[in-house]
Design a protein around this ligand. Sequence first.
Ligand SMILES: C[S@@+](CC[C@H](N)C(=O)[O-])C[C@H]1O[C@@H](n2cnc3c(N)ncnc32)[C@H](O)[C@@H]1O
Length: 396
Amino acid sequence: MASRLPEPGADERAHSDRLLRQLREQIAVHGPMPFSQFMERSLYAPGLGYYSAGKTKFGEAGDFVTAPELGELFARCVVHAVAPVLAALGDEADFLELGGGSGAFAAAALRAFAASGVLPRRYLILEPSADLRERQRERLAALPAELGARVEWLDRPPEQDWRGVLFANEVIDALPTTRIAMKGGEVYEEYVALDGEGRLMRVDRPADALVAGAVRHVERDLGADFPEGYRTEILPQLPYWLQAVAGALEAGLMLFVDYGYVRREYYRAERSDGTLMAHYRHHAHADPLWLPGLNDLTASVDFTALAEAGNSAGFGVAAYLPQAQFLIASGLQEAFESAHAQAADEAARYRLAQEVKRLTLPDRMGERFQAMLLARGIEALPLPAELLAADQGDRL
Ligand SMILES: C[S@@+](CC[C@H](N)C(=O)[O-])C[C@H]1O[C@@H](n2cnc3c(N)ncnc32)[C@H](O)[C@@H]1O
């Protein structure tokens, strides 16, 4: 596995070894840990996890590229789609971004809001990683003062009722996922244990009632049991997580963009080892135990599960559609033409064309990523008519 991956430097290895020591100690004391806990430690252990430590992560110099890192078109389209909703909610409406990454989305979105004439009262960012918060602060410090003054970082989801728009790009794929295996008709959960030489290894243990119940719910919904030996992921905590982040959003819209599928595509029999992926310097690989802390770990999103979680929290699905259709229905053509007209040179125009391709081509982000809009407490939702017309919510 590791042989075709770029060789980490001595510093990187030492960093991963520190996290590895912590993980080993924890397993030695408490016994094997659920894979979800291993993923949580690998990504968020203070100072050592992938998102908590100082790695570059985003962009060409990092491990992966997200839509906001490609340029400003993605954020301009999101703003085009949601600005009328903010306007309809009035002067008190806020915009809350979950998982702000490098701050690229927030910077572009605030500029686009200003250009549209509809600014949120506050631009809130809920970012668990102290390192990323710092980068976001640095990036947003370059904004004009009247925009920068609207930005606030939250330590926890809003507890007071609020109105506005909640947005998250590639956040649900970073939630620590539970891995399950089917054996003899029973549900097992993957744990991370130590082998005789102290190396990390995955083992299966009978699943507890929460995990088994979540798996049985999916099987019932699909009308078929998972086959013997089937391995996959599930997020039993998703309804609780959504309730925690959006429970106080009394009127407004949530927009989630992520890679994923509707349930019957996610849990296809052929996808017999799930969707879990590790990313290291633009190389995707399948060994989540390799050099913990240096790899991004992600799993695709079951959008049917997200719709269910939204419904239980009191939100209705306003639209569900592939990213390409979402962006096209949200003014991509106009955003491209205006950026093209203002581009400084041929190289900038070329970059814009590449950006559109990466955002929309089916084998890039266009169809692998989906957009889901969930709403509550608004009578007539002022979303672009093209967006509502392109809704594929019946596929959920
Ligand atoms: C793959 S990155 C995406 C970053 C950014 N949205 C983008 O598109 O470039 C995942 C982000 O989600 C954040 N995150 C992870 N768990 C979170 C949670 N429970 N609530 C809010 N943000 C979270 C991470 O720290 C990171 O900023």
